[in-house]
Design a protein around this ligand. Structure first.
Ligand SMILES: Cc1cc2nc3c(=O)[nH]c(=O)nc-3n(C[C@H](O)[C@H](O)[C@H](O)COP(=O)(O)OP(=O)(O)OC[C@H]3O[C@@H](n4cnc5c(N)ncnc54)[C@H](O)[C@@H]3O)c2cc1C
Length: 402
C-alpha cells in the first residue's frame, strides 16, 4: 500500500472512531443491507443513528467515491474501500445505506444524463430519497428478460401498464427504477427493454404488501395502471436497457456478498459463543470432535471468502462489478446460511422459540435471522442462476444443449 493510502487509512480510522456513536459499535451484520435506509417515509428516531448520518453527510462520506457535485466525497475506489474497512473493523453500520446508494446510484452515474444525476443523486447520498427495484414480475424471475410491464410514448410522456412483484420495501420507498418493455416486437426478448424511473406517488400506482407467515414482510406487489411519467425519466438508450439492468444486478450481487462479509472470523466466533452458551461449555477446546470439525470448516470458508472478496475488490478497475460478483453472491449467501444452520444446531430447543417466555431476545432474533437467511440464495438472482453466470462468463464454459 502506498504512503498516501496509509495516511488516508489513519485519517479514516480516526474519523470513524471519533464520530461513530459508541452505541452503534458492534451492531453491524444483520440483514442483507445494513445502516440507515432513509427516505421520506422513514420513521427512524434513534438519535445516534441520525447523528452518525448527519456527521457523515457533513464530511461527504455517505457516498465516498461519488463526485462531489452529487453529494459524494470524491474519494478514489481504494480510499472508499479503506473507509468501509475501518467501519467494518468496529462493526458500525454504514451511515446511509440502501439500494439507491449501493445499486441504483452507481449505475445512474454511469448511464444517466446530467439532469437525471443532478435530480436524483444528492437525495440518495443524504438518505432523503429511498429507491426500490421494479424487476420481477409474475412471469419474470430467473427469466427476467420475459418481463412485460409495458411503456408507450404519448407526447412527451411515457405511459406504464402492468405489474411488478416481490418489490422489496416499495411501501417505504419514494421512487422505483423499473424494467419496462418498450418494444414488444424486438427480435430477442433482451431487446426492447428500457429502464424508467417512477415517483411512487404518481397517480395510477398501487402498492400492496404481501404478508408472509411470520407477520413481517418486506415484499410488495406494485401495479401500474396508466401511470404517466415524463419521457425524460428513461435512462440511457431506449430499448437497450438490458445492459443497464445487468449493471444494476452486478452491483446488487456484489453488495449482497459484501454485506455478508463482516469481520473475518466473526461467523465462527459467533457460533462458538452460542455453543458455549447453550451447551454450557467452559472456555478451552470444544470437546465434540464433530462440532469442532464443522466450526473449522466454517472458519476456513469464511477466510477464503474474505480473501476472494478482497482480491475481486482490488482488481476491479472500474466501479461496475463484473460477473465475479456472482461468485461472492453464491459463496457469501451459502456462508451466511451455514453460519445460521450451525448456530441453530448448537442452540437445540432454544433455537425453536418464536415469541413468549423462556427465550431471550438474542435467541428470538437469531431464529428470525436464520429464517431470513434462507432467502439470500434466492434474492438478487438464485444460486443456480449465479452458477450459470460464473460458468459462462467467468470460466468461459460452453452452454449446455437445450
Ligand atoms: C428476499 C427477497 C427480496 C427480493 N426483492 C426483490 C425486489 O426488490 N425487486 C424485484 O424485482 N425482485 C425481488 N426479488 C425477487 C427475486 O429477484 C426472484 O425471486 C429471483 O430472481 C428468482 O425468481 P423467481 O422467484 O421467479 O423464481 P423462478 O425463476 O421461478 O425459479 C424457481 C427455481 O428454479 C430455478 N431455476 C430457474 N431457472 C433456472 C435455470 N435456467 N437454470 C437452473 N435453475 C433455474 C431457480 O434457481 C429456482 O430455484 C426478491 C426475492 C427475495 C427472496
Amino acid at each position: 500500500m502506498t504512503d498516501d493510502l496509509e495516511a488516508f487509512r489513519a485519517e479514516a480510522r480516526a474519523w470513524v472512531r471519533e464520530n461513530a456513536p459508541k452505541s452503534l459499535w458492534g451492531t453491524s451484520g444483520s440483514g442483507p443491507f445494513d445502516g440507515y435506509w432513509g427516505g421520506s417515509k422513514c420513521k427512524e428516531t434513534n438519535p445516534d443513528i441520525l447523528r452518525w448520518r448527519d456527521l457523515a453527510i457533513e464530511k461527504s462520506w455517505t457516498a465516498p467515491a461519488w463526485p462531489k457535485e452529487y453529494g459524494g466525497g470524491g474519494l478514489s475506489r481504494e480510499q472508499e474501500n479503506i473507509l468501509h474497512e475501518e467501519m467494518k473493523a468496529i462493526a458500525v453500520p454504514r451511515p446511509v445505506a440502501g439500494q439507491g446508494l449501493a445499486m441504483f446510484g452507481p449505475v445512474l452515474l454511469e448511464y444517466g444524463n446530467d439532469a437525471q444525476r443532478a435530480q436524483h443523486l444528492p437525495g440518495i447520498a443524504r438518505g432523503q430519497v429511498r429507491w426500490c427495484q421494479g424487476y420481477s414480475e409474475p412471469n419474470a424471475g430467473s427469466d427476467l428478460a420475459n418481463l412485460q410491464l409495458k411503456a408507450v410514448h404519448d407526447g412527451d410522456e411515457l405511459v406504464l401498464n402492468g405489474q411488478k412483484v416481490w418489490t422489496s420495501h416499495a411501501d417505504l420507498s419514494d421512487w422505483i427504477y423499473c424494467l419496462t418493455r418498450t418494444d414488444p416486437n424486438a427480435p430477442k426478448k433482451q431487446m426492447g427493454i428500457s429502464v424508467i424511473l417512477v415517483d411512487l406517488d404518481t397517480p395510477g400506482i398501487t402498492v400492496r404488501r404481501i404478508d408472509l407467515i411470520s407477520g413481517y414482510s418486506p415484499f410488495c406487489e406494485t401495479f401500474f395502471d396508466n401511470v404517466r411519467v415524463p419521457a425524460g425519466n428513461l435512462v440511457g438508450v431506449e430499448n437497450e436497457g438490458w445492459t443497464i439492468a445487468k449493471a444494476i444486478l452486478g452491483h446488487e450481487r456484489a453488495s449482497i456478498g459484501r454485506s455478508i462479509a463482516r469481520q473475518p472470523g466473526s461467523a465462527q466466533r459467533e457460533v462458538v459463543a452460542r455453543a458455549r452458551k447453550h451447551l454450557a461449555l467452559p472456555e478451552g477446546a470444544i470437546p465434540d470432535p464433530l462440532l469442532r470439525d464443522e466450526l473449522a470448516a466454517l472458519g476456513m470458508l469464511e477466510e477464503a471468502f474474505h480473501l476472494t472478496l478482497g482480491r475481486i475488490q482490488q482488481s476491479a478497475e472500474s466501479g461496475t462489478p463484473g460477473p465475479e460478483g456472482s461468485i461472492t453472491k453464491i459463496v457469501g449467501s451459502e456462508l451466511k446460511q451455514r453460519r445460521f444452520e450451525l448456530g441453530m444446531q448448537v442452540a437445540g430447543t432454544q433455537g425453536l422459540g418464536w415469541e413468549g417466555p423462556g427465550f431471550d431476545e438474542d435467541d428470538l432474533q437469531y431464529t428470525r435471522d436464520w429464517l431470513r437467511s434462507r432467502a439470500s440464495t434466492i434474492e438478487g438472482g438464485s444460486s443456480e442462476i449465479q452458477k450459470n453466470i460464473v460458468s459462462k462468463r467467468v470460466l468461459g464454459l460452453p452452454e449446455g444443449k437445450k
